[in-house]
Write a protein that binds this ligand. Structure first.
Ligand code: FUB
Length: 516
């Protein structure tokens, strides 16, 4: 794509020259920054140069039904004042094979731009090596430029500075680099994923390893996405954590991540876990960066909140990051994610959002997410936390059920359900459409809903069941599973006779009907 001179296009966007794509000035209403679904943006890494805040981001290009990181280029967002809500978007600023002759074109993963000891900008980029005998070909290359906008050239044309082969042999996936130039000019790089974090000192040239690679420990639940920063003499490491469980401070579901942090008084530790900064976002991955800009700290992260967004169609958000200086070391206050005002929801017959979901038997701990039943989201290619499922691997229950409980009685005359299946109907393994199912309501005992239409079992579309009006506090869907397979449900709606305004989510769990 060639640069063009300034010109105005529809939707209030101003086009200006820049990068290798066409830059646009974007006036936003709030988060995410790019929200209209034309460009997705992930793995934000903020960097300040003079009076401008830049955010480096990868670009998610996965089609809606593809669960994979299709990422071929990095882009830049920049502003002189986040409060102005005016951003410049430079798409396609750099591509892996455009700067690293040794790299594959795909997999422009989470990089970071850092101002080096010499005042130039260094871009730490995880890419895949084209020719390598390593089991995992992810490697970290470094490019250099006079400005965060580039143009970038390989700062180490001999190849990556870190891989499974250099500077030492390792067996981790070498991605998610983050770099600190300390006050005394020493340089430290940290990287890693899948629970394995490494740290190492670099020389002042920003590329040569001073080594050795060190295993970083002490950061509870570390999964990936480290972000190093320093404030008032203390080193802070933000990271995506996935220590999951019903009582975890981080995340209830294994496939989601929180942003947690730890502190240290020297750059390579020891590190002390300090708590959670950001609860799980709407995408399964969470990746953050933070920076001070004109006297205010900001945190950048990504979500699935843009139009058409998803776990592999993520979008960058920014919020203030505040400190609690009343404690030592200063603590990071929990971040309150903000979103742009949304249009008022259209009236709906679905009163499920006002109910508390329940299921029997219990979920496989940390794998599925009961709350997804009534979150209003149906994905083309859902992941486990997008659904409830009775699947346990073996001994899957023959007659599982799900239930809605309202705090006060509701009148219903229909229901819609969207099954999930990764096996065909009749399969005896995995998750298959149920052999049959029925709806019951509580009326002093469980009774079949009267006059029910056919109970469809296909997982390809919402299955609608109409029935005669009932007024109840509890509605149950009982399934007969296919042979030994599990049953999966992405979304389950309970329909009132007439549409009304959006039902409020319950403040407290509604009690069961069938217990005194
Ligand atoms: O964007 C690809 C990967 O997703 C990053 O490397 C991880 O941190 C996660 O955000």
């Amino acid at each position: 794509m060639k640069s063009v001179g300034p010109r105005v296009i529809s939707m209030g966007l101003l086009l200006v020259a820049g990068g290798t794509g066409v830059a646009q000035t974007v006036r936003i209403a709030g988060n995410p920054i790019l929200s209209d679904g034309r460009y997705y943006s992930a793995d934000p890494a903020p960097v300040v140069d003079g009076d401008t805040l830049y955010i480096l981001a990868g670009r998610d290009e996965a089609p809606e039904a593809v669960n994979d990181f299709i990422m071929k280029e990095w882009q830049l967002l920049s502003t002189r004042d986040p409060a102005s809500r005016v951003w410049r978007h430079d798409p396609a600023v750099v591509r892996p094979n455009g700067v690293f002759a040794w790299a594959e074109p795909d997999r422009a993963y989470a990089g970071q731009i850092v101002k080096g000891v010499d005042g130039r900008f260094y871009f730490y980029a995880p890419v895949q090596e084209r020719n390598s005998d390593a089991k995992d070909r992810f490697a970290i290359g470094v490019a250099v430029a006079e400005s965060p906008r580039g143009p970038w050239k390989d700062a180490h044309p001999a190849g990556p500075i870190i891989s499974q082969r250099v500077p030492e042999r390792n067996d981790i996936q070498n991605i998610d680099p983050t770099v600190l130039v300390d006050d005394d000019g020493r340089v430290f790089i940290y990287w890693g994923t899948f629970g394995r974090l490494r740290g190492m000192e670099l020389a002042a040239d920003m590329v040569s390893a001073k080594g050795p690679e060190q295993v970083i420990e002490g950061l509870t639940g570390f999964f990936e996405a480290p972000w190093i920063m320093k404030r008032k003499g203390i080193y802070y490491m933000l990271y995506a954590g996935n220590n999951a469980g019903p009582d975890s401070p981080c995340t209830p579901a294994l496939y989601h991540a929180c942003q947690a942090y730890g502190t240290a008084t020297s750059p390579l530790g020891p590190w002390t876990y300090r708590g959670v900064v950001l609860k799980p976002v709407s995408s399964t991955t969470s990746h953050a960066g933070a920076v001070a800009f004109k006297g205010q700290w900001y945190i950048t992260y990504h979500t699935a909140d843009a139009k058409g967004g998803g776990h592999f169609r993520r979008s960058v958000a920014i919020d203030r990051l505040e400190w609690d200086d009343s404690v030592t070391p200063a603590a990071i206050r929990p971040v309150l994610p903000t979103v742009a005002p949304r249009p008022a929801p259209t009236p709906s017959r679905n009163v499920a959002p006002a109910a508390t979901p329940a299921a029997g038997p219990d979920l496989l701990p940390t794998r599925f997410w009961l709350k997804s039943l009534n979150d209003g989201i149906i994905r083309a290619a859902p992941l486990p936390p997008d659904m409830w499922s009775s699947w346990r691997g073996k001994d899957n229950p023959a007659t599982p059920w799900i239930e809605y409980r309202w705090p006060t009685p509701v009148t219903l005359n229909g229901s819609r359900i969207r099954f999930f299946a990764d096996q065909p109907a009749g399969a005896g393994e995995g998750v298959a459409p149920p052999a049959s199912w029925r709806l019951e309501y509580w009326d002093g005992g469980w009774k079949p809903v009267p006059g029910a239409s056919a109970y469809g079992t296909s997982a390809d579309a919402l299955q609608t069941v109409d029935f005669a009006r009932v007024t109840t506090r509890c509605l149950r869907a009982r399934f007969v599973a296919s042979k030994g397979a599990g049953v999966g449900v992405q979304e389950w709606e309970a329909l009132a006779p007439h549409a009304s305004g959006p039902p409020a989510a319950p403040k407290r769990a509604a009690p069961a009907c069938d217990r005194p």
